[in-house]
Design a protein around this ligand. Sequence first.
Ligand code: ZN
Length: 330
Amino acid sequence: MNTLSSFAPVTCPVCNSLCSDPPLYSYSVSEAAAYFCPVSRNSDRHRRFKACIHKLWQGEDCTIRRCKECGFSFGYPFVGGDEEFYSILHEQKDYPSWRWDYDIAIREALTWFSGGNILEIGAGKGAFLTHLGKEWKCYAMEGSESTREPLEAAGIQVFRDFSEVALSEAGNFQVIALFQVLEHIAEFHAVLAQCYQLLCPDGRLFITVPDGDAMIRQTKITGCPDMPPNHINKWTPESLSRALRTAGFSPEKVIFEPASWQNFKTSLYLKVISDASKPRSLAAQVYRIPNKRLRAPLLASLGLPALLSMFPYLRQLGQGGTLAMVGVRS
Ligand SMILES: [Zn+2]
């Protein structure tokens, strides 16, 4: 249920325009907690999500607003997940091994230099940094204790946050990479400003984020929401360019992730998951089958009806969901 205050005009965090359109979506604390962990899967984890999200939102719901001026969409209340939220979320997180983002970073940022200092913010277990050659001295910023150890064991210096980076490091980095980070952070202006301080002149800030319009399209086609407070920001090329310019960077042209068979399969999967959230659906019945050997093929067979129901959007199902952009420090 929306409250009247949900519809009050709010200021766009990127361009400061007043956004007075009705929200795109509205989610209650219960819906968000059920999205991140259904009560049937783990009631204790569900309850902890609920308490944590309620505290973040200081109320019962969160709306998604869109700025007509710059295309940026954002959760309101404009607050991202805190340490507690991500510690609950990451109880079941798999870190990716290699991704499209890394190839583009090498091509668009690293090959501009013969080597130097590189900082990855939100480095996970170091899949990207550990791949780089000796010409790069690698630094990571990572708040999670469980990933600090493997990073340090790989010879990477780890900072917990910007306050741990010595003032003497200012201007010392050739490249800073933010892979799938900026969609989580409400304080993105401060993060971009700190990156500007750390980069050398002509240094390159490489950013990938989910394509905000693709996230909205995904919700429309599959019914599966892009739930706050995980993704508090939905970036578009225009809004990301503006945020980079505000921090002093020259943004380069956007690069979209190409369509792929993997994205196509993900769309089918999201549709089945979304159907399963409706208790009377066939998907929900199949999820209740305790025998995994029976359940798995039945779930796979739901892919075809899922595909048929999304048929009008067939050409969009495989589209890429990520955009990449470089900001050059002047
Ligand atoms: Zn705006």
